[in-house]
Each structure stands twice: as structure tokens, then as C-alpha cells.
Ligand binder design. Structure first.
Ligand SMILES: C[S@@+](CC[C@H](N)C(=O)[O-])C[C@H]1O[C@@H](n2cnc3c(N)ncnc32)[C@H](O)[C@@H]1O
Length: 263
């Protein structure tokens, strides 16, 4: 496959992709970076065409790259062969992937979510850690959940770190965001159980009587779930802490809750 070749770090396309490490640039452009031919291929299969596709010469003859490039070009995207140095700078890694895709962010409006489309969904209040958020997106995908609703001020699901942690599930899971007031109003019409995960709860997480579609509500890494969010839930539950640890990591707790809700 032949693509336009770029060797300069000062090239405007290369600079634009590098800038996507900054949240401001992602918000202004609505774009984000996903790395690796496998993940780019999965994205294309799920209907996400790359707006920009960068690849090293070593990937040029890979048939999957040809497919991704065709999808990018058909959608008016740019396909560029770059040096290993450029790939390393773009990825901020000494050992970069040979393919980097730039994609359009997709958020679904709360009003457009279809709760009955999945047995469970996750709402995260003020999630801070991109690794946790990415792992939760991956877990929702793996468990057969519908999506993640980001409530309040959260970290960016489209940061490079979060996207890496999703392992490609960023393209398969519905994402929505809302402030606390919009979430409270929308939750009022939720057709199934709304279950909060709360360390001070007394009900065991397996005894919540999950009625599909369940909405599992998780708290922030430091502060936990505040009373105003717990108050929106039908029931608050606790996962037993049997050792010295006083809580589970947020992503681990979300996984436990999701599998309990889905069965
Ligand atoms: C790291 S914990 C927060 C710890 C925080 N210091 C607190 O007091 O809640 C992050 C979130 O994971 C969930 N979580 C963690 N361990 C849990 C447990 N044993 N039972 C229920 N929820 C838990 C809760 O939603 C919590 O808000």
C-alpha cells in the first residue's frame, strides 16, 4: 500500500496528532487517539473510520492496514506513512505501535440511551483515574453491559491512558455524561433497579434483588458515593471486606457489581 510519507515532526498532521495528548485539544477537535492495528481494525469493523491513520513502513503491506486505510479514505480521512521516531513521539513511547488511528469521539445524549438494550449499565460519579475509567469501559463490554454514564466532573474517557486501558472497548461501549442535576432527573424514569455501591451500606451486594435493566452507581476513588447520589438509588449495597483493606479499587468493585447485576 502506498501512502503519503512524512518524516518531519513539524508536519502539521503530526503536530495535530501529538496535541491530542492534551484534553484541551481533544475537546476543541472532538478527536482522540487509539493505538495498534488490532484496535484500529476493530474500530473500523464497528463503524468508526479513522480521521487520520499514521503507520510505519513495516505495517505498509499488512492486509488489515489496507482495510483501515480504505475506510479512512472513504470517510475523507488522511493516511500517512511516518517514521518510527514520529510514532514514538506521537505515542510518547520508546517502543511504539506501528499504527496509530485518530477517531471522532462519540457521546450519546442521556435522552437517547435505551436502558432495555442491555441488562446493566454503570454510572460513575466524579471518576478521577483514567486507568480505572478505561478498565471499567472494558469490563462493561466484557460483562455484556450497555454503557457508562459519567456523572459530574470526571476524567476524560478519550485520554490516551483511558483509551489504552479499554483495550479497544472504547468503540463498543456507549458513553454518556451529565451533571448531577441532569442525572437525577433522568434517573427518575429508569425502568429497573438503581443500586449504589457504598462502603457504609449494610445490604450485601448479592442481596440487592437486581431487576433488569440495572443501573449500578459507583463513587469517586477518594470520597466515595456522596449522600445526594446514594439518595438517588433504590438500595445501597456493600461488597464484604474480609481482610485489612478498607475498600476495593473502583474498577474492581464495578466488575463485582456488574457481574452480580447481570448474573
Ligand atoms: C476506592 S472506593 C472509595 C473509597 C472511599 N474512601 C470511600 O470511603 O468510599 C471507590 C468506590 O468503589 C466502590 N467500592 C469500593 N469498595 C467497595 C465495597 N467494599 N463495597 C461497596 N462499594 C465499594 C464504591 O462505589 C466507592 O465509592
Amino acid at each position: 500500500m502506498t501512502s503519503r510519507a512524512v518524516t518531519s515532526l513539524a508536519n502539521p498532521t503530526v503536530k495535530a496528532v501529538r496535541a491530542l495528548h492534551l484534553r484541551k485539544a481533544r475537546e476543541e477537535t472532538g478527536l482522540f487517539v487509539a493505538e495498534g492495528l488490532k484496535i484500529v481494525t476493530e474500530a473500523v469493523e464497528l463503524g468508526h473510520a479513522p480521521a487520520i491513520l499514521l503507520h510505519g513502513r513495516e505495517a505498509s503491506d499488512h492486509p488489515l492496514l489496507a482495510k483501515a486505510a480504505a475506510a479512512a479514505r472513504a470517510a475523507g480521512g488522511e493516511v500517512v506513512e511516518v517514521t518510527r521516531e514520529i510514532l514514538a513521539k506521537v505515542s510518547r513511547r520508546d517502543n511504539p505501535q506501528a499504527v496509530v488511528g485518530v477517531f471522532r469521539q462519540r457521546f450519546t445524549a442521556l435522552a437517547d440511551l435505551v436502558p432495555a438494550a442491555a441488562p446493566a449499565w454503570v454510572a460513575l460519579h466524579r471518576v478521577r483515574d483514567p486507568g480505572n475509567l478505561g478498565t471499567i469501559v472494558r469490563t462493561v463490554d466484557a460483562a455484556g453491559g450497555g454503557g457508562v454514564i459519567l456523572v459530574g466532573e470526571c476524567c476524560d474517557p478519550f485520554s490516551v491512558e483511558a483509551v489504552r486501558a479499554t483495550m479497544g472497548s472504547i468503540f463498543a461501549v456507549t458513553l454518556a455524561r451529565a451533571d448531577e442535576a441532569a442525572f437525577a432527573a433522568w434517573r427518575a424514569a429508569w425502568p429497573g433497579s438503581v443500586v449504589g455501591a457504598l462502603l457504609s451500606a449494610t445490604t450485601d451486594y448479592r442481596a440487592a434483588g437486581y431487576r433488569a435493566p440495572s443501573l449500578v452507581v459507583m463513587g469517586n476513588e477518594q470520597q466515595g458515593l456522596p449522600p445526594e447520589m446514594a439518595g438517588l438509588c433504590d438500595v445501597s449495597v456493600k461488597i464484604p471486606m474480609r481482610g485489612r483493606a478498607d475498600s476495593l479499587n473502583l474498577a474492581v468493585a464495578t466488575g463485582v457489581m456488574l457481574y452480580a447485576a447481570i448474573g
